[in-house]
Design a protein around this ligand. Structure first.
Ligand code: NIG
Ligand code: FE
Length: 414
């Protein structure tokens, strides 16, 4: 049996349990000083104080010295669109000149521009592009990440994107969890009604036949899909066994968060324009609110009211939303800084939102998101001595080593 021992950890910062933490529970952090973590095969086998290390005389163990270091669970990036081709740097600069995101989309840019490039790209090209992005995610401590489709908007390309996302699991260590997001935009030459029927009658059966996704997401937005249309799509998706997610209240408040609660969706995401009434309902539900502060930063929009949501007992996760349009960054350190400085979350709440709550937002809380005996050994060794330093040296990557399923899979080489 392969064993790995992290010895003399200065501080281990983790949450406990398998379920999403709501409201005040997001502060229930455990800070263990001077401890060791024993990993057997892919799982955490023991956590014990460093004083007991002398008793540990197992010779078959590979040792990683964590003296002076902070150790946390690996980050889970639970909302990304990282499988795509092409780039939209021109649009970023147009936005900086004052042209709004939705206006660029209405003029034929935006999502459909990436759709054109992704349709043209071969599976091999998409794999190559995705591998380099996933490598970057790993360097930021991401051990599991979500990949949404939605840059195909036809059966062939949606399947291509999802097949690529699934294949990545055999090509590198970071786990990829897939979400079918055919309802990302209405493609050219389709009315929304015609496209929704095509999505339900043809795409959904094809995606589920190959078992390519766990979730189905919809862009619930003015001029894209309204709440009634999202309800139709997600109700059909549920019948196929896909769990609903919704891009809700990003640019306009049109009822996506409310719908997420009504459908018992696993998550609703963005929430920049969420109302107090929606927040109260979300706080009483099991649906996780996923906030994406780097998107608000990139769009120069006001941030999601994270403080209000946590105070109303919501369970919040934080993710990158990495995509070629509204948010072209994978930087977890930037996201931590924005969560703390602009979303008024504490560093403990932020860690909760990036680990256990993010794992729950993609239904992986049972095996990931905390450092506990029995969970997968997905861990980050930070070049910091305690949790307080994680936001202090802001927007700076502190990741020194990453362990995925018990193996050291990333080591900083500088
Ligand atoms: O989450 N809002 C919809 N989807 C993405 C943006 C996609 C794009 O601009 O390509 C988002 O922001
Ligand atoms: Fe998104």
């Amino acid at each position: 049996m392969k064993k790995l021992l992290l010895k003399n950890i200065n501080q281990l910062a983790t949450f406990k349990g398998k379920k999403a933490k709501h409201g005040k529970e997001m502060s229930d952090i455990y800070l263990l000083n001077d401890c060791c973590v024993l990993i057997e095969d892919e799982k955490i086998a023991d956590i014990f104080p460093s004083q007991k290390l002398a008793l540990y005389a197992d010779k078959d163990v590979e040792i990683v010295d964590c003296s002076g270091k902070l150790v946390t669970a690996g980050y889970v990036d639970c909302h990304t669109h990282f499988v795509f081709a092409g780039d939209r740097s021109d649009e970023f600069n147009m936005r900086l000149n004052g042209i709004p995101y939705m206006e660029i989309m209405a003029k034929g840019g935006g999502i459909v521009k990436t759709v054109d490039a992704t349709r043209k790209a071969s599976e091999e090209t998409l794999i190559k592009l995705s591998l380099s992005r996933i490598k970057k995610a790993l360097s930021y401590g991401v051990t599991t990440l979500e990949a949404k489709s939605g840059y195909g908007l036809d059966t062939e390309t949606e399947l291509k994107q999802l097949r690529v996302a699934n294949k990545l699991n055999n090509l590198q260590p970071v786990e990829v969890v897939s979400t079918f997001m055919g309802a990302h935009a209405v493609p050219k030459d389709f009315s929304s009604e015609k496209y929704i029927n095509y999505l339900i009658d043809e795409m959904l059966p094809a995606v589920t036949k190959e078992n390519l996704a766990d979730f189905c997401d919809c862009f619930c937005e003015k001029g894209v899909f309204d709440a009634a249309q999202c309800k139709k799509i997600l109700t059909a998706a549920k019948l196929y066994g896909l769990k609903p997610k919704i891009h809700a209240e990003e640019i306009n408040r049109i009822g996506g968060a409310d719908l997420a609660c009504e459908l018992g969706a696993i998550s609703c995401e963005h929430l920049l324009k969420i109302t107090d009434k929606d927040i109260n309902r979300l706080g009483k539900s099991e649906t996780i609110g996923v906030i994406l502060p780097a998107t608000a930063f990139s769009l120069k929009e006001n941030y999601a009211p994270a403080r209000k949501m946590i105070d109303a007992d919501c369970a919040l996760a934080v993710a990158s939303d990495f995509n070629p349009g509204s948010c072209n960054t994978q930087s977890i350190p930037l996201i931590i800084a924005l969560s703390n400085i602009y979303c008024n979350m504490t560093i403990a709440e932020t860690l909760c939102a990036l680990t256990i709550n993010a794992a729950c937002a993609i239904d992986r809380g049972g095996s990931r998101g905390t450092v506990e005996v029995g969970k997968n050994a997905d861990l980050i060794i930070h070049n910091l001595s305690s949790l307080n330093e994680l936001n202090y040296n802001f927007a700076t990557n502190s990741v020194e080593k990453v362990i995925k399923k018990g193996k050291v899979v990333f080591e900083k080489d500088y």
